[in-house]
Design a protein around this ligand. Structure first.
Ligand code: DGL
Length: 267
């Protein structure tokens, strides 16, 4: 079983990418809707919430977990990999979404100027910036935090007229720096990538994690047969959230492009 975790529903875009590339595996999705958004919370809080989610998914039988959340990947992944797993689950793995995005962006840029957008916590952590510069130390990375986007997207207001104004405000400083590549450092943003691309202009390439995580995981599993062997393949899909929300079935369908039957769970 492969576990997919996000603070809300945005991680469903990553699950969709995995179902496309690796359909035969079993998946459990967990969205912490009761506590979304994580992006404006402290690193300690994000770490403890993420740890609860990881524990839940391992107890459900996952052997591999993808943190389909840049905020959790930025604030918690390294500590989980280095301190928590070796002690509690030495044979199990937790992977994030930042390094695959950084690898793709570093390959795509021509002028070496890369923009990053994400939640306040992701931007403040500078983890994506660090991962990009690790790919190529000559890169110039410019970041912009976009705190209003996750609540708008979780509310299903992707076609709201005000979104364009908000995007123009958040993206202006990156356009002024002449970036030729923009990393969508939040899984929610992939559902508005067309709107973002329109504001950035046709010369800017957009790196959206829902386009890359599927083939990156496929590649990871081919390099790690010991993990691949542990994963069950009965095409089962389970969906959990930590709270009921008025419109989540509607929003989930937009993200996943199919119906999903959610169970409510307490972490
Ligand atoms: N999808 C999460 C991310 O990729 C949203 C973060 C939040 O809950 O603020 O960062």
């Amino acid at each position: 079983m492969i576990g997919i975790f996000d603070s809300g529903l945005g991680g469903l875009t990553i699950l969709k990418s995995l179902l496309r590339e690796l359909p035969s595996y079993d998946y459990i999705y967990l969205g912490d809707i009761a506590r979304v958004p994580y992006g404006s919370r402290s690193f300690d809080t994000i770490y403890s919430y993420t740890l609860e989610a990881v524990d839940f998914l391992f107890k459900k039988g996952c052997k591999l977990i993808i943190l389909a959340c840049n905020t959790a990947s930025a604030a918690a992944l390294r500590k989980i990999q280095q301190e928590y797993l070796p002690v509690k689950y030495p044979d199990l793995r937790v992977l994030g979404v930042l390094i695959p995005a950084a690898e793709e962006a570093a390959k795509m840029t021509k002028n070496g100027k890369i923009g990053v957008i994400g939640t306040e916590a992701t931007v403040k952590s500078e983890t994506l910036k660090y991962e990009l510069i690790k790919q190529n130390s000559n890169l110039k990375v410019y970041q912009s935090a976009c705190p209003l986007l996750v609540p708008i997207i979780e509310a299903g207001e992707m076609r709201w007229i005000g979104l364009d104004l908000i995007l123009k405000k958040y993206l202006k400083p990156l356009k002024e720096k002449n970036v030729d590549t923009l990393v969508l450092g939040c899984t929610h943003y992939s559902v508005i990538k067309k709107e973002i691309a329109k504001v950035m202009g046709s010369k800017v390439k957009i790196v959206s994690e829902d386009d890359i995580i599927g083939f990156k995981l496929k590649n990871y599993l081919s390099r790690h047969p010991e993990m691949e062997k542990k994963l069950s393949k009965k095409r089962k899909r389970y969906y959990f959230t930590t709270s009921y929300s008025q419109n989540f079935t509607k929003v989930a369908k937009i993200f996943l492009k199919m119906e999903a039957d959610f169970n409510i769970v307490k972490l």
